[in-house]
Design a protein around this ligand. Structure first.
Ligand code: NAD
Length: 244
């Protein structure tokens, strides 16, 4: 179903749960027609019950499958806003224990998936905004070097895309969240979670709605006037200790 021309259309990948579901709901509340695409059909079914009558369409999609991505763009696009949010969790293995498979998987889904979706979308977009969800982890930390590398690649790709696409009126920015309360951090051991929570200036993980609000701003006309930026949304954890 195509909506009237004044209703803008957004695509959110990994939109069935966690931060993606919050972005989907926030954009729909702000008047966007949203396609929430996720590899997990059961998660979409569950989310659809929560969405009720909101202008949200769920779609099963693997972001690494270019034919499927292209088909979704043709069926539901062109999109005015694309949010590359789908990713696999960061298992925080020490560097010495990582395998080539860990690296290949993180790069395939977190980087190639975002690349495929952004490229297929940009080919069809007249103007608009692309928002890539990176992670504060791109700065580096203990464990999960494959995840860190994938998110640093997302940041690099964001900057390169922004330079090229600005001439077409497409802004490209990255949002780099700190610790957010979703399934992604459920896999952390309680010791790891306690340690990480202790260091969060907000006293614990952020609500996914906080990240969704930043994405909604980047999707708005004011937000689109900046491009190539990485917005760290982490309660200030990464600005330093405050000590000289
Ligand atoms: N939760 C955090 O603390 C945190 C911190 C920094 C960054 N992030 C980033 O935020 C984004 C969302 O993470 P989340 O915490 O909501 O995780 P989540 O696991 O709750 O949600 C991720 C969603 O992506 C979907 N997905 C995975 N692979 C896919 C694929 N190939 N194609 C389509 N969909 C796929 C999953 O089914 C899931 O619904 C990710 O990019 C993540 O790296 C999360």
């Amino acid at each position: 179903m195509r909506c009237s021309p004044e209703v803008k259309t957004a695509l959110v990948t990994g939109g069935a749960r966690g931060i993606g579901a919050a972005i989907t709901a926030t954009l729909a509340d702000a008047g966007w027609r949203v396609v929430a695409a996720d590899i997990d059909a059961r998660a979409i079914d569950k989310a659809e019950r929560d969405w009720g009558d909101a202008p949200i369409t769920g779609a099963v999609l693997d972001v690494t499958d270019r034919i499927a991505v292209s088909g979704l763009m043709d069926a539901h696009g062109p999109f005015d806003v694309v949010v590359n949010n789908a990713a696999i969790p960061a298992d925080m293995l020490p560097f010495a224990e990582l395998t080539p498979e860990h690296f290949a998987q993180a790069l395939k889904i977190n980087v190639q998936g975002s690349f495929i979706v952004a490229q297929e979308a940009a080919r069809r977009m007249a103007a608009g905004a692309i928002v890539n969800i990176a992670s504060r982890g791109y700065l580096g930390g203990i464990g999960g070097a494959h995840y860190v590398a994938s998110k640093a690649a997302v940041v690099g790709m964001t900057r390169a895309m922004a330079v090229e696409l600005r001439w077409r009126g497409i802004s490209v920015n990255a949002v780099a969240p700190g610790m957010v309360e979703t399934r992604m951090i459920e896999g952390f051991s309680s010791a790891m979670r306690e340690k990480m929570t202790e260091m969060e200036p907000e006293g614990g993980p952020l609500d996914p709605a906080v990240i969704a609000g930043v994405v909604a701003y980047l999707a708005s006309p004011a937000g689109r006037s900046m491009t190539g930026q990485v917005l760290l949304v982490d309660g200030g954890k990464t600005i330093g200790t405050g000590l000289y």
